[in-house]
Design a binder for this molecule. Structure first.
Ligand SMILES: Nc1ncnc2c1ncn2[C@@H]1O[C@H](CO)[C@@H](NC(=O)[C@@H](N)CO)[C@H]1O
Length: 144
């Protein structure tokens, strides 16, 4: 799993059109979102990733979230951080688990809809910790 973490003064997105056969239903967010002082986590799920990547990803994300003192997290499905992507049916499951685990950790978390081309506006704070990337590997034992 590849993560690009951007601490944003402002971040907003809006769906444009479906990018896969069965894009995630838009739900109550209605295909758009706008956030301030948020940690945007652009996330690519890679081939071979399983749910055992989730605890490591949560730990990395919360560490940055607490250091930059963001007020929320946006999990943003993003198919552009790896040449070795997991297929959509696997990726959407793991992204859902990541989002659920962040909410279970008690932080204000949101998720952009999976499987859509989206327009977004991003205003990065530009401080030393405002642009970070992480790579998380599944655990060999598959332990959660
Ligand atoms: N392995 C994967 N990891 C993360 N996201 C993935 C994925 N496979 C498919 N997606 C989702 O489907 C859209 C088209 O690839 C993706 N859309 C995007 O990446 C938009 N930023 C537009 O490019 C994404 O929502």
């Amino acid at each position: 799993m590849r993560l690009l973490l951007i601490h944003a003064r402002r971040f907003s997105y809006e769906v444009v059109k479906p990018a896969v056969e069965e894009p995630e239903p838009l739900g109550e967010a209605g295909g758009s979102g706008a956030f301030e002082n948020t940690l945007v986590v652009f996330t690519s799920v890679e081939k071979g990733d399983d749910e055992s990547v989730v605890p490591g990803a949560v730990s990395e994300i919360l560490s940055v979230f607490n250091q930059v003192k963001a007020s929320s997290i946006v999990v943003y499905p993003y198919a552009h951080l790896s040449q070795d992507l997991a297929p959509p049916f696997e990726a959407v499951k793991i992204l859902g688990r990541l989002y659920a685990a962040l909410k279970e950790a008690g932080v204000e978390a949101y998720k952009a809809p999976f499987g859509w081309y989206k327009a977004f506006t991003l205003e990065c704070y530009g401080h030393p910790l405002s642009e970070l990337s992480r790579s998380v590997r599944r655990s060999e034992t598959g332990a959660r």
